[in-house]
Design a protein around this ligand. Structure first.
Ligand code: HEC
Ligand code: HEC
Ligand code: HEC
Ligand code: HEC
Length: 203
Protein backbone atom coordinates (compact mmCIF):
# COMPACT_ATOMS: atom_id res chain seq x y z
CA UNK A 1 0.00 0.00 0.00
CA UNK A 2 2.70 2.46 1.06
CA UNK A 3 4.87 1.61 -1.95
CA UNK A 4 2.02 2.24 -4.34
CA UNK A 5 1.50 5.63 -2.74
CA UNK A 6 5.19 6.51 -3.17
CA UNK A 7 5.11 5.51 -6.81
CA UNK A 8 2.01 7.65 -7.24
CA UNK A 9 3.86 10.68 -5.76
CA UNK A 10 6.87 10.06 -8.02
CA UNK A 11 4.66 9.88 -11.10
CA UNK A 12 2.91 13.09 -10.07
CA UNK A 13 6.25 14.86 -9.73
CA UNK A 14 7.42 13.61 -13.08
CA UNK A 15 4.23 14.67 -14.81
CA UNK A 16 4.10 18.11 -13.18
CA UNK A 17 7.74 18.92 -13.98
CA UNK A 18 7.36 18.01 -17.57
CA UNK A 19 5.81 21.11 -19.05
CA UNK A 20 5.37 22.49 -22.48
CA UNK A 21 7.47 25.50 -23.48
CA UNK A 22 4.77 27.96 -22.51
CA UNK A 23 4.14 26.60 -18.98
CA UNK A 24 6.12 27.88 -16.02
CA UNK A 25 6.19 27.13 -12.31
CA UNK A 26 6.48 30.73 -11.22
CA UNK A 27 6.35 34.24 -12.55
CA UNK A 28 10.09 34.62 -11.94
CA UNK A 29 10.81 31.51 -14.01
CA UNK A 30 8.63 32.89 -16.79
CA UNK A 31 10.42 36.25 -16.77
CA UNK A 32 13.83 34.56 -16.74
CA UNK A 33 12.96 32.17 -19.60
CA UNK A 34 11.30 34.74 -21.81
CA UNK A 35 14.07 37.33 -21.33
CA UNK A 36 16.48 34.94 -23.02
CA UNK A 37 14.88 35.60 -26.38
CA UNK A 38 14.22 39.33 -25.71
CA UNK A 39 15.80 41.64 -28.24
CA UNK A 40 16.72 45.06 -26.91
CA UNK A 41 15.00 47.51 -29.31
CA UNK A 42 17.90 49.92 -28.77
CA UNK A 43 15.82 52.79 -27.36
CA UNK A 44 17.88 55.06 -25.09
CA UNK A 45 16.64 57.04 -22.08
CA UNK A 46 19.08 59.79 -23.06
CA UNK A 47 16.47 61.11 -25.54
CA UNK A 48 14.06 61.66 -22.64
CA UNK A 49 16.36 63.18 -20.02
CA UNK A 50 16.03 66.68 -21.48
CA UNK A 51 17.83 69.43 -19.56
CA UNK A 52 18.54 67.34 -16.46
CA UNK A 53 22.18 66.88 -15.51
CA UNK A 54 22.38 63.42 -14.05
CA UNK A 55 24.60 61.54 -11.61
CA UNK A 56 24.96 57.78 -11.25
CA UNK A 57 24.07 56.16 -7.94
CA UNK A 58 24.25 52.59 -6.64
CA UNK A 59 21.85 51.53 -3.90
CA UNK A 60 21.88 47.84 -3.07
CA UNK A 61 21.58 45.89 -6.30
CA UNK A 62 20.36 48.89 -8.26
CA UNK A 63 22.56 51.24 -10.27
CA UNK A 64 20.81 54.09 -12.08
CA UNK A 65 20.91 57.79 -12.89
CA UNK A 66 19.12 60.57 -11.00
CA UNK A 67 18.98 64.33 -11.66
CA UNK A 68 21.75 66.35 -10.03
CA UNK A 69 20.33 68.86 -7.47
CA UNK A 70 22.96 71.31 -6.25
CA UNK A 71 22.94 73.41 -9.42
CA UNK A 72 19.12 73.67 -9.10
CA UNK A 73 18.94 74.88 -5.49
CA UNK A 74 18.64 78.68 -5.62
CA UNK A 75 20.40 79.46 -2.35
CA UNK A 76 23.22 76.94 -2.80
CA UNK A 77 26.05 77.24 -1.75
CA UNK A 78 24.61 77.87 1.70
CA UNK A 79 28.04 78.80 3.07
CA UNK A 80 27.97 82.00 1.01
CA UNK A 81 25.94 83.34 3.96
CA UNK A 82 26.40 80.56 6.52
CA UNK A 83 30.04 81.25 7.13
CA UNK A 84 29.56 81.19 10.90
CA UNK A 85 27.46 79.06 13.29
CA UNK A 86 23.71 79.68 13.25
CA UNK A 87 23.53 81.09 16.79
CA UNK A 88 25.89 83.87 15.73
CA UNK A 89 23.67 84.71 12.75
CA UNK A 90 20.30 84.58 14.47
CA UNK A 91 19.03 87.71 16.18
CA UNK A 92 16.28 86.00 18.10
CA UNK A 93 12.92 84.45 17.30
CA UNK A 94 11.17 87.79 16.63
CA UNK A 95 13.56 88.99 13.91
CA UNK A 96 13.59 86.63 10.97
CA UNK A 97 16.23 87.73 8.49
CA UNK A 98 16.08 85.04 5.83
CA UNK A 99 14.12 82.10 4.37
CA UNK A 100 10.73 83.76 4.94
CA UNK A 101 9.20 81.51 2.31
CA UNK A 102 10.13 78.25 4.06
CA UNK A 103 7.51 76.84 6.42
CA UNK A 104 7.56 73.22 7.50
CA UNK A 105 4.37 71.31 6.93
CA UNK A 106 5.77 67.81 7.15
CA UNK A 107 6.01 65.85 10.40
CA UNK A 108 4.88 67.02 13.83
CA UNK A 109 7.14 69.79 15.21
CA UNK A 110 8.16 67.57 18.13
CA UNK A 111 9.61 65.14 15.60
CA UNK A 112 11.12 67.56 13.08
CA UNK A 113 12.63 71.00 12.77
CA UNK A 114 15.21 72.61 10.47
CA UNK A 115 18.08 70.96 12.35
CA UNK A 116 16.65 67.47 11.70
CA UNK A 117 17.86 67.85 8.13
CA UNK A 118 20.23 70.83 8.03
CA UNK A 119 23.55 70.67 9.77
CA UNK A 120 24.22 73.86 11.73
CA UNK A 121 27.98 73.16 11.49
CA UNK A 122 28.14 72.66 7.73
CA UNK A 123 25.07 73.98 5.90
CA UNK A 124 26.37 72.77 2.53
CA UNK A 125 25.46 69.21 3.48
CA UNK A 126 22.34 67.60 4.87
CA UNK A 127 22.42 66.05 8.31
CA UNK A 128 21.39 62.46 9.03
CA UNK A 129 19.54 61.49 12.21
CA UNK A 130 22.76 59.92 13.49
CA UNK A 131 24.78 63.09 12.76
CA UNK A 132 26.39 62.08 9.46
CA UNK A 133 26.64 64.31 6.40
CA UNK A 134 24.48 63.59 3.35
CA UNK A 135 25.24 65.28 0.04
CA UNK A 136 22.38 67.41 -1.36
CA UNK A 137 22.62 65.31 -4.53
CA UNK A 138 21.73 62.24 -2.47
CA UNK A 139 18.90 63.74 -0.43
CA UNK A 140 16.90 60.51 -1.02
CA UNK A 141 19.06 59.04 1.76
CA UNK A 142 17.68 61.70 4.07
CA UNK A 143 14.11 60.70 3.20
CA UNK A 144 14.93 56.98 3.36
CA UNK A 145 15.64 57.23 7.09
CA UNK A 146 11.93 57.66 7.83
CA UNK A 147 10.23 56.48 4.62
CA UNK A 148 11.99 53.17 4.14
CA UNK A 149 9.17 51.45 2.25
CA UNK A 150 8.87 54.24 -0.37
CA UNK A 151 12.68 54.22 -0.65
CA UNK A 152 12.69 50.47 -1.25
CA UNK A 153 9.95 50.80 -3.89
CA UNK A 154 11.75 53.73 -5.52
CA UNK A 155 15.05 51.82 -5.82
CA UNK A 156 13.24 49.04 -7.65
CA UNK A 157 11.30 51.50 -9.82
CA UNK A 158 7.82 51.04 -8.28
CA UNK A 159 7.54 54.51 -6.66
CA UNK A 160 8.31 57.68 -8.59
CA UNK A 161 9.01 57.86 -12.31
CA UNK A 162 11.60 56.61 -14.74
CA UNK A 163 12.44 59.01 -17.57
CA UNK A 164 12.03 57.16 -20.84
CA UNK A 165 10.38 54.20 -19.11
CA UNK A 166 12.73 51.30 -18.68
CA UNK A 167 15.01 52.34 -21.54
CA UNK A 168 18.68 52.12 -20.65
CA UNK A 169 20.46 53.68 -18.89
CA UNK A 170 17.69 53.67 -16.26
CA UNK A 171 17.07 57.28 -15.16
CA UNK A 172 14.74 57.95 -12.24
CA UNK A 173 13.42 61.20 -10.80
CA UNK A 174 14.61 61.67 -7.24
CA UNK A 175 12.31 62.33 -4.21
CA UNK A 176 12.77 66.12 -4.18
CA UNK A 177 11.92 66.40 -7.90
CA UNK A 178 8.34 65.60 -6.86
CA UNK A 179 8.12 66.29 -3.12
CA UNK A 180 9.16 69.62 -1.62
CA UNK A 181 11.05 68.43 1.50
CA UNK A 182 9.50 71.24 3.55
CA UNK A 183 5.93 70.42 2.54
CA UNK A 184 6.02 67.04 0.81
CA UNK A 185 2.29 66.32 0.39
CA UNK A 186 1.19 66.13 -3.24
CA UNK A 187 -1.79 68.42 -3.82
CA UNK A 188 -4.83 66.67 -5.25
CA UNK A 189 -5.79 67.70 -8.77
CA UNK A 190 -8.61 67.39 -11.23
CA UNK A 191 -8.20 64.95 -14.10
CA UNK A 192 -6.49 66.53 -17.11
CA UNK A 193 -9.66 66.18 -19.16
CA UNK A 194 -13.16 66.37 -17.86
CA UNK A 195 -15.34 63.89 -19.66
CA UNK A 196 -18.40 65.93 -20.65
CA UNK A 197 -19.74 63.06 -22.78
CA UNK A 198 -20.03 60.80 -19.70
CA UNK A 199 -21.64 63.65 -17.78
CA UNK A 200 -24.31 63.93 -20.53
CA UNK A 201 -24.99 60.19 -20.44
CA UNK A 202 -25.49 60.20 -16.68
CA UNK A 203 -28.37 62.70 -16.93
C1 HEC B 1 21.44 85.01 1.37
C2 HEC B 1 22.02 84.46 2.56
C3 HEC B 1 21.67 83.03 2.92
C4 HEC B 1 21.80 81.92 2.14
C5 HEC B 1 22.31 81.79 0.71
C6 HEC B 1 21.36 80.79 2.96
N1 HEC B 1 20.97 81.25 4.19
FE1 HEC B 1 20.20 80.12 5.69
N2 HEC B 1 20.04 81.76 6.88
C7 HEC B 1 20.47 83.03 6.54
C8 HEC B 1 20.29 83.92 7.69
C9 HEC B 1 20.60 85.40 7.72
C10 HEC B 1 19.76 83.11 8.74
C11 HEC B 1 19.38 83.55 10.13
C12 HEC B 1 17.93 83.80 10.06
C13 HEC B 1 17.31 84.43 11.28
O1 HEC B 1 17.59 84.03 12.38
O2 HEC B 1 16.51 85.31 11.08
C14 HEC B 1 19.61 81.77 8.18
C15 HEC B 1 19.07 80.72 8.89
C16 HEC B 1 19.01 79.41 8.42
C17 HEC B 1 18.49 78.29 9.16
C18 HEC B 1 17.90 78.35 10.57
C19 HEC B 1 16.44 78.75 10.49
C20 HEC B 1 15.75 78.67 11.81
O3 HEC B 1 14.61 79.13 11.86
O4 HEC B 1 16.30 78.12 12.75
C21 HEC B 1 18.62 77.19 8.39
C22 HEC B 1 18.22 75.77 8.71
C23 HEC B 1 19.19 77.62 7.14
N3 HEC B 1 19.43 78.98 7.19
C24 HEC B 1 19.49 76.78 6.10
C25 HEC B 1 20.07 77.19 4.91
C26 HEC B 1 20.43 76.27 3.84
C27 HEC B 1 20.25 74.76 3.90
C28 HEC B 1 20.93 77.03 2.84
C29 HEC B 1 21.45 76.55 1.50
C30 HEC B 1 20.62 75.65 0.75
C31 HEC B 1 20.90 78.41 3.27
N4 HEC B 1 20.37 78.46 4.52
C32 HEC B 1 21.34 79.48 2.50
C33 HEC B 1 20.94 83.42 5.32
C34 HEC B 1 21.17 82.60 4.23
C1 HEC C 1 12.87 66.74 6.03
C2 HEC C 1 14.13 67.40 5.91
C3 HEC C 1 14.17 68.91 5.89
C4 HEC C 1 13.69 69.80 6.84
C5 HEC C 1 12.97 69.48 8.12
C6 HEC C 1 14.06 71.11 6.38
N1 HEC C 1 14.70 71.03 5.18
FE1 HEC C 1 15.42 72.55 4.09
N2 HEC C 1 15.87 71.27 2.58
C7 HEC C 1 15.83 69.90 2.66
C8 HEC C 1 16.30 69.34 1.41
C9 HEC C 1 16.40 67.84 1.09
C10 HEC C 1 16.62 70.41 0.58
C11 HEC C 1 17.13 70.36 -0.85
C12 HEC C 1 15.94 70.23 -1.78
C13 HEC C 1 16.30 70.22 -3.24
O1 HEC C 1 17.14 69.41 -3.67
O2 HEC C 1 15.73 71.04 -3.95
C14 HEC C 1 16.35 71.62 1.35
C15 HEC C 1 16.56 72.91 0.88
C16 HEC C 1 16.56 74.03 1.70
C17 HEC C 1 16.94 75.36 1.27
C18 HEC C 1 17.33 75.77 -0.13
C19 HEC C 1 16.06 76.13 -0.87
C20 HEC C 1 16.28 76.79 -2.20
O3 HEC C 1 15.56 76.45 -3.15
O4 HEC C 1 17.16 77.62 -2.31
C21 HEC C 1 16.82 76.19 2.35
C22 HEC C 1 17.10 77.69 2.40
C23 HEC C 1 16.34 75.37 3.45
N3 HEC C 1 16.18 74.09 3.01
C24 HEC C 1 16.07 75.86 4.71
C25 HEC C 1 15.34 75.16 5.66
C26 HEC C 1 14.81 75.76 6.88
C27 HEC C 1 14.98 77.21 7.30
C28 HEC C 1 14.13 74.76 7.54
C29 HEC C 1 13.32 74.88 8.81
C30 HEC C 1 12.25 75.86 8.77
C31 HEC C 1 14.26 73.54 6.73
N4 HEC C 1 14.98 73.83 5.60
C32 HEC C 1 13.78 72.29 7.06
C33 HEC C 1 15.39 69.17 3.72
C34 HEC C 1 14.79 69.69 4.84
C1 HEC D 1 12.72 62.40 10.57
C2 HEC D 1 11.80 61.60 9.77
C3 HEC D 1 11.42 62.09 8.38
C4 HEC D 1 12.27 62.48 7.35
C5 HEC D 1 13.77 62.63 7.38
C6 HEC D 1 11.41 62.71 6.22
N1 HEC D 1 10.10 62.50 6.56
FE1 HEC D 1 8.50 62.65 5.33
N2 HEC D 1 7.24 62.38 6.91
C7 HEC D 1 7.66 62.03 8.18
C8 HEC D 1 6.48 61.98 9.04
C9 HEC D 1 6.49 61.60 10.52
C10 HEC D 1 5.38 62.33 8.22
C11 HEC D 1 3.93 62.47 8.63
C12 HEC D 1 3.22 61.19 8.39
C13 HEC D 1 1.76 61.36 8.66
O1 HEC D 1 1.30 62.44 9.02
O2 HEC D 1 1.06 60.37 8.45
C14 HEC D 1 5.88 62.54 6.89
C15 HEC D 1 5.11 62.84 5.76
C16 HEC D 1 5.58 62.81 4.47
C17 HEC D 1 4.77 62.83 3.26
C18 HEC D 1 3.27 62.97 3.21
C19 HEC D 1 2.62 61.65 3.43
C20 HEC D 1 1.15 61.71 3.21
O3 HEC D 1 0.51 60.79 3.71
O4 HEC D 1 0.66 62.62 2.53
C21 HEC D 1 5.60 62.76 2.20
C22 HEC D 1 5.21 62.73 0.72
C23 HEC D 1 6.95 62.73 2.73
N3 HEC D 1 6.90 62.76 4.09
C24 HEC D 1 8.08 62.71 1.94
C25 HEC D 1 9.36 62.91 2.44
C26 HEC D 1 10.52 63.21 1.63
C27 HEC D 1 10.51 63.32 0.12
C28 HEC D 1 11.58 63.32 2.48
C29 HEC D 1 13.02 63.66 2.14
C30 HEC D 1 13.24 64.98 1.53
C31 HEC D 1 11.09 63.09 3.82
N4 HEC D 1 9.74 62.88 3.75
C32 HEC D 1 11.87 63.09 4.97
C33 HEC D 1 8.94 61.80 8.60
C34 HEC D 1 10.07 62.11 7.87
C1 HEC E 1 7.77 61.14 -9.96
C2 HEC E 1 7.35 61.75 -8.73
C3 HEC E 1 7.71 61.10 -7.41
C4 HEC E 1 8.95 60.71 -6.95
C5 HEC E 1 10.27 60.74 -7.68
C6 HEC E 1 8.75 60.25 -5.60
N1 HEC E 1 7.42 60.36 -5.24
FE1 HEC E 1 6.62 59.94 -3.43
N2 HEC E 1 4.75 60.25 -4.18
C7 HEC E 1 4.47 60.72 -5.44
C8 HEC E 1 3.02 60.75 -5.63
C9 HEC E 1 2.30 61.22 -6.89
C10 HEC E 1 2.46 60.27 -4.42
C11 HEC E 1 1.00 60.03 -4.11
C12 HEC E 1 0.44 61.21 -3.46
C13 HEC E 1 -1.02 60.96 -3.08
O1 HEC E 1 -1.53 59.85 -3.31
O2 HEC E 1 -1.60 61.89 -2.54
C14 HEC E 1 3.57 59.97 -3.53
C15 HEC E 1 3.44 59.53 -2.22
C16 HEC E 1 4.48 59.47 -1.29
C17 HEC E 1 4.34 59.28 0.14
C18 HEC E 1 3.01 59.19 0.87
C19 HEC E 1 2.65 57.75 1.15
C20 HEC E 1 2.33 56.97 -0.07
O3 HEC E 1 3.08 56.04 -0.39
O4 HEC E 1 1.32 57.28 -0.74
C21 HEC E 1 5.60 59.25 0.69
C22 HEC E 1 5.95 59.07 2.15
C23 HEC E 1 6.52 59.43 -0.41
N3 HEC E 1 5.81 59.56 -1.60
C24 HEC E 1 7.89 59.46 -0.28
C25 HEC E 1 8.79 59.46 -1.35
C26 HEC E 1 10.22 59.23 -1.22
C27 HEC E 1 10.94 58.97 0.09
C28 HEC E 1 10.74 59.30 -2.49
C29 HEC E 1 12.17 59.06 -2.92
C30 HEC E 1 12.82 57.82 -2.46
C31 HEC E 1 9.64 59.59 -3.40
N4 HEC E 1 8.49 59.66 -2.67
C32 HEC E 1 9.77 59.80 -4.77
C33 HEC E 1 5.39 61.12 -6.39
C34 HEC E 1 6.75 60.86 -6.32
Amino acid sequence: MQRRFLVFILVCCFVSCKHKETEYHSLEEKIEEESKTYHDPGISSVDFIGDFHTIEITEGNHTFLIPERKSQIKSFACTECHSKPLNQMQRGAEVQQAHWDIKISHANENAMNCATCHNGQNMNELNSLTGHSIDFNQSYLMCAQCHSSQFKDWKGGAHGKNLGGWAKPRTAMTCVNCHNPHEPQIASKWPVRFNSQMEEERK
